[in-house]
Design a binder for this molecule. Structure first.
Ligand SMILES: NC(=O)c1ccc[n+]([C@@H]2O[C@H](COP(=O)([O-])OP(=O)(O)OC[C@H]3O[C@@H](n4cnc5c(N)ncnc54)[C@H](OP(=O)(O)O)[C@@H]3O)[C@@H](O)[C@H]2O)c1
Length: 232
């Protein structure tokens, strides 16, 4: 059986680089997407088998990125300054990738979203945070909705505040609305992203993701047996 082909969108970012490092020793073929050709050497050194230069605001680039892959792991994101014609990559750009993946018969799509996205009840701190980055959160909510409506297996991860700390494997997940709040390392999120397509109990689900959540109700926390990819 041929290796699973994985697209990492946002590969040059904090989470994306952690995903590349995780996948490097595994029997998968990894395509890394970046807008900057100058990042090619770096992405290859992190384990990318192929680097594709493209911008997700361009539907043709999104199509090229999703063609001939089995799994999409999307860790793209922006700041409030990164507007493109009034849009954020978290919205229109990521939705171009969802459409392209569905058209290309991709098997599974994992999206890194964020705590507080969508209409589910959120913690007070997440709600306060939303007041600052609301436009990006709304763009992500639209992409979440597009992904749920698409003909794709999917997992949506809504992490808390990201850190560059080490992988702990102690992260906790809950259904949307559990109102988790706290931090989580990009390395831990990367681990869940890479595992989700091989974890049956993560299929077509959305999770709040936090390490050592504050003020959580124990009964809200889920036990998911994450399956670390093919022959990891
Ligand atoms: N910061 C937090 O505390 C926090 C909390 C919860 C969730 N999140 C979300 O988690 C995700 C990952 O965050 P991060 O900090 O690890 O990532 P990051 O370092 O901000 O990297 C973002 C990535 O997005 C890519 N990108 C941006 N615009 C693009 C476009 N038009 N086309 C293609 N790629 C594009 C960039 O690639 P190139 O520049 O190489 O093209 C970059 O690799 C984001 O969605 C973020 O909103 C963040």
């Amino acid at each position: 059986m041929p290796n699973t082909r994985v697209l990492v969108a946002g590969a040059s970012g904090g989470t994306g680089r952690a995903v590349l490092r995780l996948l490097a020793p595994r029997p998968v073929t990894v395509r890394a997407l970046t807008r900057s050709a100058s990042k090619t050497d770096r992405l290859e050194s992190l384990g990318a088998d192929e680097v594709l230069v493209g911008d997700l605001f361009d539907p043709d680039d999104a199509k090229n990125a999703a063609t001939d892959v089995d799994v999409v792991l999307s860790a793209v994101g922006s700041t409030l300054r990164d507007l493109h014609g009034g849009e954020f990559v978290d919205g229109v750009g990521a939705q171009n990738l969802v459409s392209a993946a569905a058209a290309a018969d991709v098997r599974a799509f994992v999206m890194e979203s964020a705590l507080g996205v969508g209409d589910d009840p959120a913690s007070l701190l997440a709600t306060a945070f939303d007041a600052v980055i609301g436009p990006i959160q709304r763009a992500k909510a639209d992409t979440e909705a597009a992904l749920r409506a698409a003909d794709l297996e999917h997992t949506i991860l809504r992490p808390g505040v990201l850190t560059d700390g080490p992988r702990t494997d102690t992260v906790q997940v809950a259904e949307p609305g559990a109102k988790l709040w706290g931090t989580v390392s990009r390395a831990d999120v990367a681990r869940l992203m890479a595992a989700a397509p091989w974890t049956p109990t993560a299929t077509d689900r959305t999770f709040e993701v936090v390490d050592n959540p504050l003020l959580r109700r124990r009964e809200d926390l889920l036990t998911i047996d994450w399956v670390d990819g093919p022959d990891s």
